[in-house]
Design a protein around this ligand. Sequence first.
Ligand SMILES: [Mg+2]
Length: 420
Amino acid sequence: MRTHDVRFPTSQTLDGSDAMNPDPDYSAAYLRLRTDAGDGIEGHGFVFTIGRGNDVQVAALRALEGHLLGREVEETLADLGGVWRELVHDSQLRWLGPEKGVMHMAIGAVVNALWDLRAKRAGVPLWRLLASLSPEEIVDLVDFRYLTDALTRDQALDILRAARPGRAEREARLLAEGYPAYTTTPGWLGYDDAKLARLCREAVDQGFTQIKLKVGGDLDDDVRRLTIAREVVGPDIRVAVDANQRWDVPEAIEWITALRPFDLAWVEEPTSPDDVLGHAAIARAVAPVPVATGEHGANRVLFKQFLQADALSVLQLDATRVAGVNENIAILLLAARFGVPVCPHAGGVGLCEAVQHLAMFDYLAVSGTLENRVVEFVDHLHEHFVTPVDVRGGRYHPPKAPGAGTEMLERSIREHSHGG
Ligand SMILES: [Mg+2]
């Protein structure tokens, strides 16, 4: 295992700025797994962070090394459900969560690096590898502990079997048309009005049918910026807003009510990401404005509660915050069980490259639909990846290269390594 503390100075241009994170430096606690299989193939994974603390995240990656060294490559890759359970339920590391925070995210990076390795060795992109698994193989990847009051293994199998008919047609459509995206590029809070207007116009010209604006700093500013955005994009483009956890519950209700005339596609992260009942109260009060959340959702148990409590109507899973591909699949299955669309969080360095695989897998093998589904897109830092996303006409076009999309260029890792 080799690890790297990679940081990009995005705070200099205020890319990524919002009401809670005014100066992020997009960073990756980055991991490479090498084997002695003789094929030269490496598995790459990372945790996305926004600067300070990336070194702590790297230390958490290193704490998992003992679980990996000395394992048989083929055996390990053939049982990633078993590896997931071993890592997540380590009897001592578990104390640092359980199943949340720095240690859990580190496990996610290791799990994703193993999936990258497996997909590269199989010579296929991750979305296609996952979609080729049988329903039984897929449920074996999922830990149903703590889920069975909402989703049992048998129910998950039913969902997966129900999605089998029509799969070839969906794959053909995916390859021809791509997967719908929306863009957050215009909406960062640190951009001035002229830049906001210009980027909104460019988004529409590029074929996006939904944009997202950051809100929650100052209500008058939000009204002014939404007025500009609506004027530029017109009534037919969907406009979502994102408060990045800025409000208490009563304030959220008041603020969202004031923004309702702008016909919001959704309001994202109105309050603390852990506050299930708070989100439920907001959702009831601001209906029919949909409430979206999940990028800071720590694990499948929390998502289960959000779904049980009708506390969200757009589920924004983050591929690198929960414990990797396996827990993503658990949450996709939960969302399908409750009939809630998953619109994954992306944007941060490498997230677009990673999450597209899971969204495409969902379309082919889990939910079987694109209805009300969009994957976030932000046009930053793609040039640092070996297989950057292919977003054209407002859609993600399926990656064809083998792997999980998580491999950063050697030169980028070297040039942006923190402290040297
Ligand atoms: Mg957000």
